[in-house]
Design a protein around this ligand. Structure first.
Ligand SMILES: Cc1ncc(COP(=O)(O)O)c(C=O)c1O
Length: 470
């Protein structure tokens, strides 16, 4: 006779699943914690909040520590006051602009602050929006280019069915997504020879009358190098003189949009170049906010087709709703505004300078510690990247990444994009909180692993791998 407990459908489920070891079995002393719970099905009955908390908390211990995550560009530390503001606003949806007009006001102030930072000719009037990150911002930037181009072609009585977007092959995956999702031909300018960023002349040469725009990356995801926006703008000026084609630039400043204004204020890359019509950035990268907030700003109001704007006037000013997402957390926007007024320009400069010092010093030390050839040394973004300069080694960068995990370091190894796929590199993104001290410890661990490889003559290098790369 089966017992009541065995008859319980939940327990029959467990009996079936147990054979496949497909259940979690929290083994704690308290009675409520003794039973199993399904891993991939909603449990029939719930559990005490503390039980659920402990179960999840313990499982997450297995995640890497975000502070040791040297792969991510995203913020992994914020001040306690920012935490407090965020927890006070977790319940707010930023799209409810009627209900939360002050949050909408803070969003608009952030847009204007960024427009001013990037030298828009009309920072108080121009248009922009927060997004969930740079990817959404890039979709909006690309759509605006497509709309503008289509309008121009219609006026000329020309076909509008074959738009193309010119990018380097080193762009982030969001641009490949944009092209595929919005039916735009992706014209990728391949990297050649020793190039790690896009050649402006070849980018301009790839344009034709169906080109909706050219994307220039300020802070390559692969190496941290800035692309040469001023040279691209000049090359497109020459193209216009020769052919009459007026091609706009979108700058993907996912990382650099929040770095260059503070570390390289004289570098021309932003709205000071009239051809730059829109810029995106990730508030959650060097904007120093936790993930998910991004921004896009257009140079002038007229650079965005009004068809793409859903205007609301809750605040008596232009509050565009222009986004792909509808509901989004308000707390990230509040946190961005907190950082902007709390740190000010001087605070952002000081933090990024500190990161850059660590990056430059660490790059110099890594160049000395092993058979490494530095590809970037932290002088653009505080990002460093290197490759191996000895093909006869018994280990690879993939193996070094793997061994560095033994004390928690997450250092990505990956290949460059099309045409340069032979180049395998390792990269560190130096962010707020990665101190000289931590850099010194990492270096010591790199040395230790290089010594270990030297004692393993039978070790064979791993030639491919994946992981921790963004
Ligand atoms: C150059 C560049 N563009 C876009 C993105 C996508 O940004 P997000 O993760 O904010 O969507 C990244 C992310 O690393 C990036 O480096």
């Amino acid at each position: 006779m089966p017992t009541q407990m065995e008859k319980d459908p939940a327990n029959q489920y467990f009996a079936r699943k147990q054979e496949r070891a497909d259940i979690l079995r929290p083994m704690y002393a308290r009675k409520s914690l003794l039973g199993p719970t399904p891993r991939h099905a909603i449990p029939e009955e719930g559990m005490a909040p503390s039980t659920a908390y402990n179960l999840i908390h313990d499982e997450l211990i297995l995640d890497g520590s975000s502070r040791f995550n040297l792969a991510t560009f995203c913020g992994t530390w914020m001040e306690p006051e920012a935490h407090q503001l965020m927890s006070e606003t977790f319940d707010k949806n930023m799209i409810d602009k009627d209900e939360y007009p002050q949050t909408a006001e803070l969003e608009m102030r952030c847009v204007h602050m960024l427009a001013e930072l990037w030298h828009s000719p009309e920072p108080d009037r121009t248009i922009g929006t927060s997004t969930i990150g740079s990817s959404e911002a890039c979709m909006l930037g690309g759509l605006a280019l497509k709309w503008r181009w289509r309008e121009k072609m219609r006026k000329l009585g020309k076909a509008t069915d074959k738009p193309n977007l010119v990018t380097g092959s080193n762009t982030q995956v969001c641009w490949h997504k944009f092209a595929r999702y919005w039916d735009v031909d992706a014209r990728e300018v391949p990297l050649e020879g020793d190039e790690v960023i896009t050649d402006p002349e070849r980018a301009a040469a790839a344009c034709d009358e169906n080109t909706i725009g050219v994307v220039s990356v300020l802070g390559s995801t692969f190496t941290g190098h800035y692309e040469n926006v001023v040279a691209l703008s000049a090359a497109l000026d020459r193209l216009q003189e020769k052919t009459g084609l007026d091609i706009p630039i979108h700058v993907d400043g996912a990382s650099g949009g929040f770095v260059a204004p503070f570390l390289q204020p004289d570098l021309l890359w932003d709205f000071r170049l009239p051809r730059v019509k829109s810029i995106n950035t990730s508030g959650h990268k060097y904007g120093l906010v936790y993930p998910g907030v991004g921004w896009i700003v257009w140079r002038e109001l007229s650079d965005l087709d009004p068809d793409l704007i859903f205007n609301v006037d809750y605040l008596g000013g232009a509050m565009p709703t222009l986004a792909i997402n509808f509901s989004r957390p308000a707390s990230q926007i509040v946190a961005q505004y907190y950082n902007l007024i709390r740190l000010g320009r001087a605070g952002y400069r000081a933090i990024h300078q500190a990161c850059q010092e660590v990056a430059v010093e660490l790059a110099a030390q890594i160049a000395e510690v092993g058979p490494f050839k530095m590809l970037s040394t932290g002088h653009d973004l505080p990002v460093i990247a290197w490759t191996l300069n000895d093909p006869s080694l018994n280990w690879s960068l993939y193996d070094l990444s793997d061994r560095l995990r033994d004390r928690g370091w997450q250092v990505p190894t990956y290949r460059m994009p099309a045409n340069r796929q032979d180049l395998i590199l390792q990269r560190i993104v130096v962010r707020n909180g990665f101190t000289h001290d931590l850099a010194g410890m990492l270096l010591k661990d790199i040395r230790r692993h290089l010594d270990w490889f030297a004692t393993q003559p039978g070790f064979n290098p791993t030639l491919d791998g994946a992981g921790y790369h963004h």
